[in-house]
Ligand binder design. Structure first.
Ligand code: SF4
Length: 274
């Protein structure tokens, strides 16, 4: 995916401590959104597949024995391998992610967190970094205080409840301790997000935080330098989607001084998408 830019808006001071702030994300509400017809059934089937897969994996790897008190060494991280064949259809894609073992993040997840919200031509696609502990528990992204703040921000800009929104992350499985996903984990998982973008065909994308911004724009540019512009993300069909970078709401919980900048960022995309 490539990036371009227009419409400078301005910058706000640095984002050091973003990861530490993410680690403080708490518990709570789910993300409101419009669930698609049939998606719930697929999710349930996928969750069942994951549950059985986890159980089988636990037995095969001796996890049951460890719970019984026998010490066993941690297995080394599984080498990440980008997914070669990505499902074409939404339901099949969801099931593929639920069963995916393409990178080591699968080893410690309760379940993969595919995404949630409106799947019928959403106007906005909101992309974060990775599922948190509560997301992993409930199977939906942006749970807890960070999700509540995200909803408040989207309401403040008039996006919610007036425009359909879909929410997901760069990687679909939770890194233990909310650590930043490794580059190889991001590369392994990106084909799923690219296919989600192709199938959802959103009118605009919001990248929350440095990791999401750099992954979606395929750049190592400084986070602040990516804000205040409307980038263009190339889709699989060759089309482009406008993308705006802003702060992850988990950061804003500890650094509320950046809320004004986030509000400007969201309004920048709203002006393009509206
Ligand atoms: S993070 Fe993505 S690539 Fe890694 S196991 Fe989960 S779904 Fe597969």
């Amino acid at each position: 995916m490539s990036a371009g830019s227009t419409t400078p808006v301005g910058t706000v001071a640095g984002v050091a401590g973003e990861v530490a702030a993410k680690a403080g994300v708490g518990v709570g509400a789910s993300v409101p959104g419009r669930a698609a017809g049939g998606a719930g059934a697929v999710a349930a089937a996928a969750a069942a597949a994951v549950a059985s897969g986890v159980a089988a994996g636990a037995a095969a790897s001796g996890l049951g024995a460890r719970r019984g008190g026998t010490a066993a060494p941690e297995r080394p991280p599984r080498p990440a391998q980008p997914v070669a064949e990505v499902a074409q259809e939404w339901g099949a894609l969801q099931a593929q992610v639920a069963a995916c073992e393409a990178c080591g993040l699968c080893a410690k997840r309760r379940q993969a967190v595919f995404g949630a919200g409106a799947v019928q031509a959403p106007r906005w696609l909101v992309v974060g970094e990775a599922p948190g502990e509560q997301d992993d528990r409930h199977g939906e992204p942006f749970q807890g205080r960070a999700g509540m703040l995200l909803q408040a921000m989207l309401r403040a800009t008039g996006v919610v409840p007036n425009q359909p929104v879909y929410y997901t992350n760069i990687v679909k499985c939770r890194p233990v301790g909310n650590r930043t996903p490794r580059p190889e984990e991001i590369q392994a998982c990106l084909p799923y997000l690219r296919r989600q973008i192709a199938l959802l065909a959103p009118a605009g994308i919001v990248a929350l935080g440095r990791v999401a911004a750099q992954a979606l724009l395929d750049t190592e540019a400084d986070f602040e330098s990516l804000r205040g512009q409307v980038h263009r993300v190339r889709k699989e069909d060759g089309g482009e989607v406008p993308l705006v970078v802003t702060y992850h709401p988990a950061l804003l919980l500890s650094r509320p001084q950046h809320k004004a900048g986030a509000w400007r960022d969201l309004n920048l995309l709203r002006a393009v998408v509206a």
